[in-house]
Design a protein around this ligand. Structure first.
Ligand SMILES: Cc1cc2nc3c(=O)[nH]c(=O)nc-3n(C[C@H](O)[C@H](O)[C@H](O)COP(=O)(O)OP(=O)(O)OC[C@H]3O[C@@H](n4cnc5c(N)ncnc54)[C@H](O)[C@@H]3O)c2cc1C
Length: 490
């Protein structure tokens, strides 16, 4: 996969996708596989934002049953099975325990009913065709059996736990990259570090975007018959700027943080119900990933980060609900924050707001034809959202393109480059900065800051390949380090 900006300017595309998170990646892949000519631009690196900073679950959303969002749960469970089939190297089953501390028969019966419904809605879940992807039905474990699996559950009034299954991505960063690489392999022209600065118009139609290359500051135009904004938490802000007027759909941004700590469980994830919601303890890369919080965020999405107060509050919250954890600040090896882009329905709290994806036709809503926004509700349903977007575009362009094949075509399995394989990441995976290399292509920074000798070695190899000066090499290391610092709370 090569970054070639000339190709972006020399052609008029069927489709321009603005944003290279999982939503944009899936749209570009689907459209390119159907035979559309596609361009995708990303202002930073692919999957650097929400698509990397989440709970890493491919899940049905058990908790949405509480809001009776049966269609969303069914769709998510169907998509879970599809990801397991098309990306078995990236997605694997994960057993969960939901412990009950007292609560009487009513709490147990309610949960049992919810989990039975969850199993029923997953009637076509992955099964015997790939034993490694099998997702057993839920079952009840009495206290003794549950403690034999996860002693951390011990506590006052512990009566037992339900076991159920969902799926986990080891690396959403690499899975999103696999979708981008597959789009490229099917003819899409993709480029990271190219920002859409504004839209191009002909009368009341969008015709692509005016864009800028982050490295040279060069500005140029990318022309397309249809433009889709897949800019996650930036979507409404970009659109308002590009149209120069208020837009019909406003997003609320909700911040969620995650903490990486030494392992708290042996094999299972824990789903712990709390008064206002729930949190997860997820086994991941020999550690526990703790997630997540849910608080409205009003700052710029460019500046989302984790504050010391966020960490202190989340640790106190976890210790209060799982006293055996006894977590201290020194246990936190890494942390990150993501922003959920939620369409503002003006009614619900961010925790209770629907995670349904949204496809907005700005021809109808804002008087600009050939322009859409795709707001991803969940990682899990991004492929399906993309299918709906491309179906719409097919109909709009009036050409007869092929059928959607993304649910059945496997994704390329390209394992993460290790520290000594840096050149592949630069030459074939469009890694352009030290942050791309450390946080996403190799992932060596995902458990905390790597040692100085590791950064030195990687930056020297990368710098030699990309022609960096010594000063640039040092700047690259310094710029990447913001991932390991907390910030002032916004
Ligand atoms: C805390 C948290 C936990 C979550 N956990 C889960 C989970 O376990 N499972 C699940 O299914 N979902 C989960 N989600 C939801 C999931 O992560 C998102 O639905 C998904 O990542 C959204 O992807 P996206 O591509 O729409 O947005 P993003 O990944 O944010 O991508 C948008 C991209 O657009 C780019 N962009 C913006 N403006 C421009 C511009 N002008 N020009 C060019 N590019 C631009 C940005 O740089 C960015 O890369 C979670 C979300 C959060 C925040």
């Amino acid at each position: 996969m090569k970054r070639d900006l000339n190709r972006l300017t020399n052609q008029r595309f069927d489709l321009l996708v603005i944003g290279g998170g999982i939503t944009g990646a899936c749209i570009a892949r689907d459209a390119a596989m159907r035979g559309l000519s596609v361009a995708l631009i990303e202002k930073s690196d692919f999957a650097h934002a929400t698509s990397a900073h989440n709970s890493r679950l491919i899940h049905g959303g058990l908790r949405y049953l509480r809001n009776f969002e049966l269609r969303l749960v069914r769709e998510s469970l169907r998509e879970r099975r599809i990801w397991q089939r098309i990306a078995p190297a990236y997605v694997h089953p994960l057993p969960f325990l939901v412990p009950l501390y007292g609560g009487g028969w009513k709490a147990r019966a309610t949960l049992a009913a919810g989990l039975t419904l969850y199993d029923l809605l997953a009637f076509d879940r992955s099964g015997p065709d790939d034993p490694a992807q099998r997702l057993p039905r839920h079952r009840w474990l009495d206290a003794k059996s549950a403690l034999a699996i996860e002693p951390a559950l011990d506590g006052r009034g512990f009566v037992g736990a339900f076991e159920y299954y969902d799926a986990q991505m080891d690396s959403p960063e690499r899975l999103a990259l696999a979708c981008i690489m597959d789009a490229d392999a099917h003819g899409a022209v993709v480029a990271n570090y190219v920002q859409a600065e504004g839209l191009l118009f002909r009368e009341d139609r969008a015709e692509g975007a005016r864009v800028a290359d982050a490295f040279s500051d060069a500005e140029f135009e990318v022309r397309a018959a249809v433009t889709v904004i897949a800019a996650g938490p930036w979507a409404d802000l970009f659109l308002r700027l590009a149209l120069g007027k208020p837009v019909s759909h406003r997003l609320v941004r909700s911040k969620g943080i995650h903490l990486v700590v030494p392992p708290m469980t042996q094999t299972h994830a824990l789903t712990l119900a709390t008064k206002g919601g729930h949190f997860f303890v997820l086994p991941w890369r020999g550690h526990s990933l703790l997630g997540t919080t849910d608080a409205p965020f009003t700052g710029s999405p460019n500046h989302v980060g984790v504050a010391e107060e966020d960490i202190a509050a989340f640790l106190a919250f976890i210790n209060a609900h799982l006293p055996s954890a006894d977590l201290q600040r020194g246990d936190v090896k890494h942390f990150y924050a993501g922003l959920r882009p939620l369409v503002d329905d003006g009614r619900r709290s961010t925790y209770n707001a629907s995670r349904r994806a949204e496809l907005i036709d700005h021809g109808k809503d804002d008087g600009v034809a050939a322009l859409y926004s795709a707001i991803g509700g969940k990682w899990t349903t991004s492929r399906r959202l993309a299918e709906q977007v491309v179906d719409k575009i097919d109909a709009k362009l009036g050409k007869s393109f092929g059928r959607c094949r993304t649910a059945t075509s496997g994704l390329p399995n390209v394992p993460a480059a290790d520290q000594s394989d840096v050149l592949r990441a630069v030459r074939a995976e469009m890694a352009l900065t030290m942050e791309d290399l450390v946080m996403r292509r190799t992932g060596v920074g995902l458990l905390g800051k790597p040692g100085a000798h590791v950064l030195e070695g990687m930056s020297r190899t990368m710098g030699a390949e990309l022609g960096w000066s010594e000063e640039r090499r040092e700047q690259e290391i310094a710029a990447m380090e913001h991932n390991f610092h907390t910030r002032e709370s916004a």
